[in-house]
Design a protein around this ligand. Structure first.
Ligand SMILES: *[C@@H]1O[C@H](CO)[C@@H](O)[C@H](O)[C@H]1NC(C)=O
Ligand SMILES: *[C@@H]1O[C@H](CO)[C@@H](O)[C@H](O)[C@H]1NC(C)=O
Ligand SMILES: *[C@@H]1O[C@H](CO)[C@@H](O)[C@H](O)[C@H]1NC(C)=O
Ligand SMILES: *[C@@H]1O[C@H](CO)[C@@H](O)[C@H](O)[C@H]1NC(C)=O
Ligand SMILES: *[C@@H]1O[C@H](CO)[C@@H](O)[C@H](O)[C@H]1NC(C)=O
Ligand SMILES: [Ca+2]
Length: 440
């Protein structure tokens, strides 16, 4: 209750100032407009007094208005308390008016409203009354202060609760799910090595009524790269994916493909969320689906790239996880292996790991003065801004201007200046995942 306590203090100072001036000058009236404006509770001398300080006082008390936080069980209590305080103030006001009347009675009419010294006995009574009032106002002020402190405390608690609930619960659930997944996986592993009967049961097709991803189709003998329906989370929906059953043993669930520029990848948050394109040619599977696929099992990521000179290279990351939309589809990638270079962890300043997803209409990047998604015409886990972007524009040949094409910063020769300021483009790009424990 800073303002009120300051007020009380300044009222006291004002009163003291009044006494002082009155003692020194018989006719000066106390006027302090700034203090009057700033100070809703005032106790002041209304004119000259005798040297003993016996003089009438006026106490001005404003109506009370205190703003309270909502949604609080204790709020009604606080409210009643404030109501009580209000009533106290009113009664105080009233007794103060009584006091004023007494003061008026003792006023010398010949002096045109200016206060004159009161007769001795009446003056003492007034003085006592003023002290009473003073202590009552003091008490009131400290009561108000307590009430305000309590409100502040409760408001603080409320804010903390909000923060805990909103920000941390999903994080917590995510980590628990990841933990459970790894526990289940390790139990699975133990079982298939130690329990031959279980193994027989497992090899029956009935065990695979739910296919979580393409590796499950591979396990039951599917060997053709094609569309398959998967259900990564039994509680959630199933959807079609394209399975690559050839690359490095097969069993890959394809998340993204660029082959001919037939699909426009300059899209907004909503499109990247649900996915777009044609699963047999160019597409983005969709961030929600990628989240479901990567939270149900520990996944590895493989990226395949081919340039217009026919050079084909790949990058392998031994972990790949995309968080939920609530956590803005944050990317988690593990250690690199492969031939294309580790462009996702390019340097200290260009690192896509742990970055949020950004689209031209949703800026979650680390570039403070603009939106990387807007500048580079795509949705991606931008840093500030990029050392890799597989969702850039599809250029059918080298291009000039903003480097907003498909880009992999560790590609051989890509950072060397080309005559005319041309930039290299890519003919094909593909991202796909497979469970870490999968053995083709
Ligand atoms: C009292 O105040 C008046 C007006 O402010 C001034 O003219 C006068 O000189 C003061 N008298 C003393 C004794 O300070
Ligand atoms: C998973 O949970 C178990 C039991 O609570 C705990 O001992 C283990 O450290 C957790 N593992 C991880 C990776 O959080
Ligand atoms: C792709 O879509 C964006 C946004 O709708 C649009 O501005 C752009 O012209 C499109 N590009 C092509 C090649 O159609
Ligand atoms: C299904 O998954 C989506 C995307 O992660 C999520 O938003 C939704 O709440 C899930 N639904 C259920 C029933 O779990
Ligand atoms: C990278 O992969 C190759 C081929 O699978 C393997 O021989 C090599 O040990 C891996 N390197 C690292 C650092 O994991
Ligand atoms: Ca930004």
């Amino acid at each position: 209750m800073k303002p009120a306590s300051w007020c009380w203090l300044s009222s006291a100072v004002l009163a003291a100032y009044g006494l002082l001036v009155v003692a020194n000058n018989e006719t000066e009236e106390i006027k302090d407009e700034t203090a009057r404006d700033a100070c809703p509770v005032r106790l002041e001398s209304r004119g000259k007094c005798e040297e003993g300080g016996q003089c009438p006082y006026q106490v001005s008390l404003p109506p009370l208005t205190i703003q309270l936080p909502r949604q609080f069980s204790r709020i009604e209590e606080v409210f009643k308390e404030v109501q009580n305080l209000k009533e106290m103030v009113n009664s105080l006001k009233k007794s103060c008016q009584d006091c004023k009347l007494q003061a008026d009675d003792s006023r010398d009419p010949g002096r045109n409203g200016l206060l004159s010294p009161s007769p001795g006995s009446q003056g003492e009574a007034d003085d006592n009354r003023v002290r009473e009032l003073e202590s009552e106002v003091n008490k009131l002020s400290s009561d108000l202060k307590n009430a305000k402190e309590e409100i502040d405390l409760l408001q603080g608690r409320l804010e903390k609760l909000n923060l805990v609930n909103m920000n941390n619960i999903e994080n917590y659930v995510d980590s628990k799910v990841a933990n459970l997944t790894s526990v289940v996986n390790s139990l699975d592993g133990k079982c298939s090595s130690k329990c031959p009967i279980q193994e027989q049961i497992q090899s029956r097709p009935v065990q695979h009524l739910i296919y979580k991803d393409c590796s499950d189709y591979y396990t039951i003998g599917k060997r053709s790269s094609d569309l398959y329906r998967v259900t990564p989370d039994p509680k959630n929906s199933s959807f079609e994916v394209f399975c690559d059953m050839e690359t490095m043993g097969g069993g890959w669930t394809v998340l993204q493909a660029r082959v001919d520029g037939s699909i426009n990848f300059t899209r907004m948050w909503r499109d990247y969320k649900v996915g777009f394109g044609n699963l047999r040619r160019e597409f983005w599977l969709g961030n929600d689906k990628i989240h479901l696929l990567t939270k149900s099992k520990e996944m590895i990521l493989r990226i395949d790239l081919e340039d217009f000179n026919g050079v084909k290279l790949y990058a392998l990351y031994d972990q790949f996880y995309v968080a939920s939309e609530f956590l803005r589809y944050r990317l988690h990638i593990g250690n690199y292996n492969g031939t294309a270079g580790d462009a996702l962890h390019f340097s200290k300043h260009y690192n896509h790991d742990l970055k949020f997803f950004t689209t031209p209409d949703r800026d979650n990047d680390r570039y403070p003065s603009g939106n990387c998604g807007l500048y580079y015409s795509s949705g991606w886990w931008f840093d500030a801004c990029l050392s890799a972007n597989l969702n850039g524009k599809y250029y059918h040949q080298k291009y000039r201007g903003v480097r907003n094409g498909i880009f992999w910063g560790t590609w051989p020769g890509i950072s060397e200046a080309q005559p005319g300021g041309y930039k290299s483009s890519f003919k094909e790009a593909k991202m796909m995942i497979r469970p870490k424990r999968f053995k083709p």
